[in-house]
Ligand binder design. Structure first.
Ligand code: FMN
Length: 334
């Protein structure tokens, strides 16, 4: 019997487009198992962060060359303790456990911003058997001397270096929407070797504490409304660039998944919905999708894919400026 929810992403055939994105829920083998049992078709692991790796390097350097760890000189130059394991080693071990324990594909995730250092991590992750790799370049362009081209070049160099290091690894790049010409930028990412883009990273916005005047880091989970920015760009990119697209940010229910699918997303990633409602949300969305396909006489989700992309939409100008004018015109006082 055909699987009506089948999805294809990064060369993988998935039983549905419902994929938990990188979050604390995908940071342990037991969490990942729970998501698999709840119906996830693949998982994206919590990221290995560049900051963690840099911290380890400093620690190792101290162990090996500076001995600044509180030991007196009489103890001599101590070897690195057997128990010391770098963040990368812990990550690879976790990946290994997930690969052994799960049947669904496991996509590893690297998260950082500097130009160097990614290639070796990617090689290790490929060797450990990941089914794909997601690069999350969470870069806030805060330097007024840095041009838009410099920022884009940073991303392109990172992707190129990883692609060169792991030529056969299915590779996705998670980006924010803050590019002057997102569609053109995605095209460039494809040219340097990205197989997929994950649209879009949410930049967390710090708040300000009035009395102390300190910045307060704030982690707010998403809402469905955030999906709309993604829908526009998925529709625009799907129509022009042959690249796999995952949506992340604001996928909470069946309607969200259907809309993303119509605009042309290959998979829908979820974090906030799973953290708020628990893994059971996956089965509820699955059931909702099947019901909708029946009611609207579609054979499968794949049949629906891209039907409202920029190329296929009845009125593609709705994704552009016309949408803005219509929206302004439609406003009426209460
Ligand atoms: C607590 C938390 C931890 C996250 N950790 C990661 C991470 O390790 N790597 C990553 O690329 N994204 C991470 N994200 C971002 C999510 O994967 C996702 O892209 C974002 O939350 C938007 O999707 P959502 O609306 O479904 O939550 C994290 C998000 C949350 C809320």
């Amino acid at each position: 019997m055909t699987n009506r929810l089948e999805a294809r992403y990064l060369g993988l055939s998935l039983k549905s487009p419902l994929v938990p994105s990188a979050s604390p829920l995908t940071a342990t083998p037991s969490g990942a198992r729970e998501l698999e049992e709840a119906g996830a078709s693949a998982i994206v692991m919590h990221s290995l962060f560049e900051e963690e790796c840099q911290h380890d390097q400093k620690m190792l350097h101290r162990f090996l060359y500076e001995q600044e760890l509180g030991h007196s000189e009489s103890e001599g130059y101590l070897p690195v303790p057997d128990t010391f394991r770098t963040a990368e080693e812990r990550y690879l071990e976790m990946l290994h456990q997930m690969k052994v324990g799960l049947e669904i594909p496991v996509i590893a995730s690297l998260n950082g911003i500097t130009r160097r250092g990614w290639a070796e991590h990617a090689r290790q992750i490929a060797e450990a058997g990941a089914d794909g790799l997601e690069l999350n370049v969470y870069y806030v362009a805060a330097d007024c001397e840095e041009t838009a081209q410099d920022v884009e070049r940073r991303y392109l160099e990172i992707v190129h270096s990883v692609r060169t290091a792991v030529p056969h690894m299915p590779l996705a790049v998670k980006i924010s929407s803050q590019f002057t010409s997102p569609a053109h930028f995605v095209q460039q990412l494809k040219q340097v070797g990205a197989d997929a883009v994950v649209l879009f990273n949410r930049f967390l916005q710090p708040d300000i504490q009035l009395v102390s005047r300190k910045l307060k880091p704030l982690l707010e989970l998403s809402r469905s409304e955030e999906l709309r920015e993604r829908l526009r760009w998925i529709a625009i990119i799907r129509a022009q660039i042959a690249i796999d697209i995952a949506v992340t940010g604001g996928v909470h229910n069946t309607d969200d998944v259907l809309k993303a699918q119509m605009c042309g997303a290959d998979i829908t990633q979820m974090a906030s919905a799973l953290m708020q409602a628990g893994p059971g949300v996956i089965r509820r969305i699955e059931a909702g999708l099947l019901e909708w396909l029946d009611e609207n006489e579609y054979e499968s989700l794949l049949q629906l894919k891209g039907s409202v992309s920029y190329r296929n939409a009845a009125d593609p100008s709705g994704f552009e400026r016309a949408n803005y004018l219509d929206a302004l015109d439609s406003w009426r006082p209460e």
